[in-house]
Design a protein around this ligand. Structure first.
Ligand code: CO
Length: 314
């Protein structure tokens, strides 16, 4: 509770008893929610169909003309197809330097391997948070010849001080991701950050990320805190939802809502079950020099990255 609310409650009915009643009563949450700075939708972005890797079809939501980046997020792709021709070629060996790639699988199986001898299998519901740091060369290949392949890849920038850090992985099995049932029609998977007392398994990340998977029953409302000052977006991948106080703004499947600043966001599902990811992170506010799989602070560092890659120094 904040001081303004306390003052208001005292003004309307002087006396400690009344204040206590409001704080402990059911109306306290509503009163507090209306006093919390709610995030509204600043911009709605529709993903662009494209292909990457050796010809994987995907929907690029961040990292395209309508939304070049949302500091510290550099790219968001949704890959979703049950036609093998759309994904079978995969992402053969390619380098990364200067940022982190986060893969969240909803369906299907992806085999990961790199030039440092790491390998792993990403299955439905699993997350891989890879810090490329000073450089890796890796491949991400489907381990299936048919059926649905569905998931996301998010690129998270690293601050200048961490761009040349040693590469590392966090491979997270689905059962390690806390699942919170709110009791009013929402299911929340906490991949990174905190929600309702649950803490996600991804920690020690420079931008202090919040990464939640939200499932809302038709018509259900969920209000949740989002760290103030952090940039945040929500991407709707099933159903549709409205964001913000009152009527809010509608966001359809395949659309991303960039959220204004605030301490909380209110989300209401439409007439069907809605499924979305909500992601937030501390903006780095550093210069970004970007060339394909290299994201550094200056052009000279990009040229160095290309030279190091060619010389086999990844
Ligand atoms: Co990659």
């Amino acid at each position: 509770m904040n001081a303004a609310f306390a003052a208001m409650a005292l003004r309307s009915e002087p006396g400690a008893h009344m204040l206590r009643g409001i704080v402990n009563g059911g109306s306290a949450m509503n009163a507090m929610a209306s006093n919390t700075r709610q995030r509204r939708v600043a911009q709605v972005v529709r993903g662009q169909p494209t292909s990457d890797g050796a010809g994987v079809k995907l929907n690029r939501v961040i990292g395209q003309r309508a939304l070049d980046m949302l500091d510290p997020f550099l790219l968001l792709d949704e890959f979703r197809s049950d036609s093998a021709a759309d994904y079978i070629a995969g992402f053969p060996d390619h380098p990364h330097r200067g940022f982190e790639t986060v893969t969240y699988m909803l369906a299907g199986r992806m085999r990961h391997g790199d030039n440092h001898g790491n390998s792993g299998l990403l299955t439905a519901g699993s997350v891989q948070w890879m810090t490329a740091g000073r450089g890796i060369v890796h491949s991400e290949m489907p381990e299936q010849e048919d059926g649905l392949m569905w998931g996301f890849q998010l690129w998270v920038n690293l601050p200048a001080a961490d761009k040349m850090t040693a590469p590392r992985y966090k491979d997270i099995a689905p059962e390690r991701i806390p699942l919170v049932e709110t009791g009013d029609g929402a299911l929340v998977r906490v991949i990174a950050g905190r929600f309702a007392g649950a803490t996600g398994p991804v920690s020690g990340i420079a931008v202090d990320p919040l990464y939640l998977d939200l499932e809302l029953d038709a018509g259900a409302t969920l209000s949740l805190p989002v760290p103030e000052g952090h940039n945040a977006f929500a991407y709707v991948f099933a159903g549709d939802a409205r964001f913000g106080d009152g009527e809010g703004r509608g966001v359809a499947r395949g659309e991303l809502a960039v959220l204004e600043d605030g301490a909380a966001v209110s989300i209401r599902a439409g007439e069907a079950r809605a499924h979305l990811i909500l992601v937030a992170g501390r903006p780095l506010r550093e210069p970004v020099a970007r060339y394909g799989p290299f994201v550094m602070n200056t052009q000279a560092e990009i040229i160095q990255a290309m030279e190091d890659f060619r010389a086999g120094r990844f």
